[in-house]
Design a protein around this ligand. Structure first.
Ligand SMILES: NC(=O)c1ccc[n+]([C@@H]2O[C@H](COP(=O)([O-])OP(=O)(O)OC[C@H]3O[C@@H](n4cnc5c(N)ncnc54)[C@H](OP(=O)(O)O)[C@@H]3O)[C@@H](O)[C@H]2O)c1
Length: 270
């Protein structure tokens, strides 16, 4: 009997960066488990990956902010004998002042970006560390480095992902484990992310937008090299480096000036 193919589990695979990870990994010989709420999207992607790459796809329809649905994905991760990679990618943005936004959407963001990332990483590590192989990619953002006003929970939860991933990197290294872990920090990426927020892409020059495929290639190249943090694109590498060097007071001055210091989500048209 032939060896089973390595398995990659991708959350938020129904669009954007998650779908680009699925295509890139299917092309590298992985079978996939695709996680998201929109089953029709996952089915279309699975058909495409099966036709092009003969990739076997398991569809896991789950709202990761719901306890029972999150638990079913945890159980899948803990029990998959050929698990090689988990990509914690599902996420969404928010706009407007924290204290003016409904607490329910802030709560959902913390459940998705923090609780789901923590729980799925824990389940995957039970499996991967026992076999001393495989990897986890946690999708954070350049937002993790720049504490802006107007999207508090987004910036704070992405900073948590970076810190969580760095601590795990050190734990795995000091334990002598071969399991790798990466924090992927993209800048503006052409996906449905900003459509969901209801904002046009022309608020920033086209030079800053990156295709999801380039972001994913940078991540997978970084994973091969064992890089802890991957910031795709030279502009964003420079931005992150400058932000880290800048005195906090100067950064705060720059971030609290100008008309766009706090953006708001577009109200749905009646
Ligand atoms: N686009 C950017 O500019 C950018 C920049 C930096 C970081 N990021 C990060 O990249 C990641 C992917 O975003 P994207 O840009 O690819 O946006 P996207 O195209 O809107 O994709 C978001 C994905 O997350 C899934 N998702 C959202 N809520 C979910 C929930 N409650 N349960 C399960 N899945 C859920 C969505 O699937 P369903 O709706 O089908 O559930 C979708 O597949 C996010 O973590 C985001 O923060 C994006």
């Amino acid at each position: 009997m032939s060896e089973p193919k390595p398995l990659a589990v991708i959350t938020g695979a129904s669009s954007g960066i998650g779908a680009a990870f699925a295509r890139a990994l299917a092309g590298r010989g992985y079978d996939l488990a695709l996680v998201a709420r929109r089953q029709d999207r996952l089915q279309r992607l699975a058909d495409e990956l099966n036709n092009h790459f003969h990739a076997k796809c398991t569809l896991l329809e789950a709202d990761l902010t719901h306890e029972t649905e999150l638990r079913s994905v945890e159980e899948f991760l803990a029990g998959a004998p050929n698990l090689q990679l988990l990509v914690n990618n599902a996420g969404f943005g928010s706009l407007g002042r924290f204290y003016e936004a409904p607490v329910e959407s802030q709560d959902a963001m913390h459940r998705l970006h923090i609780m789901a990332t923590m729980r799925l990483t824990h389940a995957a590590l039970q499996n991967l560390t026992a076999r001393d192989q495989g990897a986890i990619i946690n999708v954070a953002s350049v937002a993790a480095y720049v504490p802006r006003p107007g999207s508090t929970s987004y910036y704070a939860t992405k900073a948590w992902i970076n810190c969580f991933t760095e601590c795990l990197y050190l734990e795995l290294k000091t334990a002598g484990s071969r399991v790798r872990i990466q924090s992927l920090c993209p800048g503006f990426t052409m996906t449905e992310f900003h459509d969901v927020l209801g904002i046009e892409r022309n608020f920033i020059s086209s030079a800053w937008w990156m295709p999801a495929e380039d972001v994913v290639e940078a991540s997978l190249r970084g994973l091969e090299k064992g890089k802890l943090v991957v910031v795709p694109g030279w502009r964003y590498k420079l931005l992150v480096a400058l932000t880290r060097l800048m005195p906090r007071g100067v950064l705060h001055f720059a971030l609290t000036r100008g008309p766009a210091s706090v953006r708001r989500e577009r109200k749905p048209s009646k």
